[in-house]
Design a protein. Sequence first.
Lengths: 284, 363
Amino acid sequence: MVKGGHNMATLKIINLHAEVEGIEILRGVDLEIKGGQTHAIMGPNGTGKSTLASVVMGHPKYTVTEGEILLDGKNVLEMSVDERSRAGLFLGMQAPSEVPGVTNSDFIKTAMNARLEEGKNISLFKFIREYDRAVEDLKMSEDLPHRYLNQGFSGGEKKRNEILQMKMLKPSIAILDEIDSGLDVDALKIVGENVTAMKNKDLGLLLITHYQRLLEYIEADFVHVMMKGKIVKSGDISLMKKIDQDGYDWIKEELGIDDERVFVKEEEQKVMLGTCATKEALDL
Amino acid sequence: MKMQYQKQANIKKKEISEIERLSEGLEDYIVLQDGHIVTKKVSSAFDDLMILTYDEALQSYPALFNELVNVKHPSSDAYQYNFDECNSGLLLYLPKKKRISKPLHIFYVATTEEFTHNTFLYLEQESELNYFEHLFSDAVGSYSYVSNAIVHEAANLTYGALSNLGKDVASYVYRNASVDRYGISKYSLADVGDAIQLMYQTINLNGEYASGTSKTIAITSGVQEARYETLLEHNALYSEGYIEHYGVANNESALIFEGIGQINKGMKQSIARQQNHGIVLGEKARLDANPLLLIDEYDVIASHGAAIGKIDDDELYYLMSRGLTEKAAQRLIINGFLSPVMSLLETDTLKNMFLKRVEEKTL
């Protein structure tokens, strides 16, 4: 089954191993995403799903120890984060940063200009029209362009802002990392509709999620299950339906896995609040 | 001797043309060079404001100067020196209930080795003034600048400052305000110069419900050393004081912020808040923030904090993940960080000058 023309992008992940602070999290991931396809990676917490997304985008925290990532045959691992983006990759993040003082519209305009030849800028008129339409499509507040990037946004607003950026930047391969978490049903529906509307033969999509409910709004062609840092099972939408009914235990049993996690999150360390300065300490 | 004279004249010429460029698009401004008003372009909106040099003012308003002498000031040699030796002085006097919302820009230009200037802002009851000063020097020498503001009952002073002093300048800047009942004084100070800098600000909240805000933004680079001290002293009940410091330290420079919110005994229901934000860019740069609260009263609201660090890696990654180069992402984050001052700069010329200086200093 070949969809699309020759413009179609292909992201190939081959035997990918990656670690953070000496702990190996990805242990041989193989995955191929073509333009026009929608893949979903499911799996319980701590199995390496989000790490995969971060490694593909190039988060500096992770070190790739083995394997390859190719975008249309080009070595992604040799590219810096910004080069990856300009090459057509997009990651809708689970917890996008807040950047004070930088407005949403300035940010996205700068990002769009970064895709053009040096010295060239997108037409302001065209930009504003496109941005306003995206704001409307995602049912976000009208003052969004002038607000600071993600600052003071609710969880749902942040996620919608990620989709808005995706709409504006038009990537060829987009990874949406738990874009459904923190969304109420209405917001999930809006996000689902907008992502579905973006689907075309030139866009390859990878959805990372805990829950099947996202896949009620965005149809997936392929469903993968990740455990212990690799993809352990792949199938079509019927796999998702089985997981929805029976959970993950049958897969663990089938594969003889006790603990599906690659790492166990340490309890967050508690910080004691003390006194910053007292009259006595300052000798007053 | 003759040669030296020639050199001075050249510097003069260069700076004046710079000021001409910077004043482009400004409606109301005064250029004061080495103690003399050389340009005065002020519209009728300022008809109620008396603008006098100290020579003129001493004759017409001797009583005001008594108040000036009695203003609570630091017992520092530098302050005293400015007071004793000032070779340039400017009085702005705004009578009762006169409100001028348009900003008045004043360029204080030094072309001589020694610039010692004193400005006196006097706002009578219920008056309102929006004042913006530009400190400017490329000369080799010292630049001593003191401004005192007396803000009477329910008067409102908005005070902006942009200083751009050259690297061969050693500078002492002291700004003081005394605020009476219901009075408001709001200072926004930006420093993009290369000078060795000592900058002090004090706001004395002397009447009930008086309010004072002091925001400072500074960028140091090269081997520059700069220190900024802000003191908000609460001498009355229900007074409110806010301090905000923003700094970027690049290369091997050292930048120090010291903020003090002082609530004296009995000054109940006062509010003292302070925040410090700093980005350390240079590997060998140093940025210290000392947010102090000196409180001698229980019934108050107070907070203080400091967040200093390098540019947040996650922010950088986030912006780069949308295609911005590291440099472009860094620039956007720094400009965003400094945005509280950008909104104060009225014209594109001033905005561009500021951004250009930021870029030069943060490369």
